[in-house]
Design a protein around this ligand. Structure first.
Ligand code: PBG
Length: 355
C-alpha cells in the first residue's frame, strides 16, 4: 500500500502530540541504524507491528427495499446491489447476522404514486420501512437496524425536506422528521440516522424520543454530510434519479469546507447524538480524522454509492483487484479514525475477513 510521502510524518506528529511524547523521539536515528524494511520483512513481523485492524464488527450493510414478495431488482447503477422485498430483506438480515455484521441500514424505494409534496408516506406507520423493521426484528432480533430520517424517498421533488415557496423549509421539515423518527422507533428501529441536514433536528428528535418513552433509541447524526456527486447511484436505487429539482446545496455542506464540519458535529453532539457520521468517505478522510481527533466520540463514515460503483466498475474492467481495493479502502477509514463503516461491500468484506 502506498502512502503519500508527507503523510507519515504529519500523522506521527499528531500521534506524538496525543501521547505527550516529542515527535523527535519517535523518529529514531538515521540510516543505517534505522532500516524501516526490517519490520516489514516477514509476515509475522508485519502482523506484530500492524497498527490498525479491520473487523466485521466495524461494518453496517445498507439494504434497499421494494414492495412485493420474493422480489429482487438489480440496481443498474450499482452492479451487485439489489432492491429486496421485505421477505428477502429478512433473509439478507439473517445472512448478515450469520456473518457477524452488527447492523443493517434500510432504504426504501417506494411506489412512485405514494410520493407527494408533503412526504405523507414518510409518517405512515405502515410504510415499507416500518414493515421491514417489524419483520426483521421478529426474525433476527440480534441484528441492529438503522433507519434514515429524511424525506427524499417520499417527496415528488426528491428533496430531503419540504419545498415551500421555492425553498427547503427547515422548521416545517423538522416537524415531519420528528413524526418519521417516532414511527420508525415505534416499529423497532434501533438507530435513527437523520441524513437530512436540517438545523436543530437532532435536538428536536431527541426530545420527542425522550418524551415518548424511546429512551434507548440511538441517534446517528449524519453530522458532516456534503453535497456530493458521489450520491448519484443511490438516487437511482431509491427512485429519486431524474426527480430532483435543483441541488441540495442549501442544506448539505460545501465540499470546500472543513472547519464547518466541526461546528456541525459539535452541535449534533450537544443536541444528543450518540454517534456522528461523515459522508461521503474516501474523498473526506481528512474530515473523519479531524472529527475523531477533536471530539473522540463514536465516528462513523459512509462509503457511498458512487465510491462503491467506482471500485466495482474498475474491477469489472480488470483494472483493479476487487478484493484488495475493497479491504484497502475500508482499512483507510479505520486508519483515519472511523469506528464503523456503512458500506455496500459489507457482506463481501465480511466473507473476505473470514478467510
Ligand atoms: C438521503 C440520503 C442520501 C444518501 C443516504 N441518504 C442521498 C442524498 O442525500 O442525496 C446517499 C447514500 C449513498 O450515496 O450511498 N437523505
Amino acid at each position: 500500500m502506498t502512502v503519500p510521502k508527507d503523510k507519515p510524518v504529519s500523522l506521527r506528529t499528531e500521534r506524538a502530540k496525543r501521547s505527550g511524547a516529542a515527535a523527535e523521539t519517535t523518529k529514531g536515528p538515521g540510516f543505517p541504524a534505522t532500516r524501516m524494511r526490517r519490520n516489514r520483512r516477514t509476515d509475522w513481523s508485519r502482523r506484530l507491528v500492524r497498527q490498525t485492524s479491520l473487523s466485521t464488527d466495524d461494518l453496517i450493510w445498507p439494504i434497499f427495499l421494494i414492495e412485493g414478495a420474493r422480489a429482487r431488482t438489480p440496481v443498474a447503477a450499482m452492479p451487485g446491489v439489489e432492491q429486496l422485498s421485505v421477505d428477502l430483506a429478512v433473509k439478507a438480515a439473517e445472512e448478515a447476522a450469520a456473518l457477524g455484521i452488527p447492523a443493517i441500514a434500510l432504504f426504501p424505494h417506494i411506489d412512485p404514486s405514494l410520493r407527494d409534496e408533503a412526504a405523507s408516506e414518510a409518517v405512515n406507520p405502515g410504510n415499507l420501512v416500518c414493515r421491514a423493521v417489524r419483520a426483521i426484528k421478529a426474525a433476527v432480533p440480534e441484528i441492529g437496524i438503522v433507519c434514515d430520517v429524511a424525506l427524499d424517498p417520499y417527496t415528488t421533488h426528491a428533496h430531503d425536506g419540504l419545498l415551500i415557496g421555492g425553498e427547503i423549509d427547515n422548521d416545517r421539515t423538522v416537524e415531519i422528521l420528528i413524526q418519521q423518527a417516532l414511527i420508525q422507533a415505534e416499529a423497532g428501529c434501533d438507530i435513527l440516522a437523520p441524513s437530512d441536514m436540517m438545523d436543530g433536528r437532532i435536538g428536536a428528535i431527541r426530545a420527542a424520543l425522550e418524551s415518548n418513552g424511546f429512551v434507548n433509541t440511538q441517534l446517528l447524526a449524519y453530522a458532516a454530510k456534503y453535497a456530493s456527486a458521489f450520491y448519484g447511484p443511490f438516487r437511482d436505487a431509491v427512485g429519486s434519479a431524474g426527480r430532483l429539482k435543483g441541488d441540495k446545496l442549501s442544506y448539505q455542506m460545501d465540499a470546500a469546507n472543513g472547519d464547518e464540519a466541526l461546528r456541525e458535529v459539535a452541535l449534533d453532539i450537544a443536541e444528543g447524538a450518540d454517534m456522528v457520521m461523515v459522508k461521503p468517505g474516501l474523498a473526506y478522510l481528512d474530515i473523519v480524522w479531524r472529527v475523531k481527533e477533536t471530539f473522540r466520540v463514536p465516528t462513523f463514515v459512509y462509503q457511498v454509492s458512487g465510491e462503491y460503483t467506482m471500485l466495482v466498475a474498475a474491477a469489472e474492467r480488470g483494472w483493479l483487484d476487487r478484493e484488495r481495493v475493497i479491504l484497502e479502502s475500508l482499512m483507510a477509514f479505520k486508519r483515519a479514525g472511523a469506528d464503523a463503516i456503512l458500506t455496500y461491500f459489507a457482506r463481501e468484506a465480511a466473507k473476505l475477513l473470514k478467510r
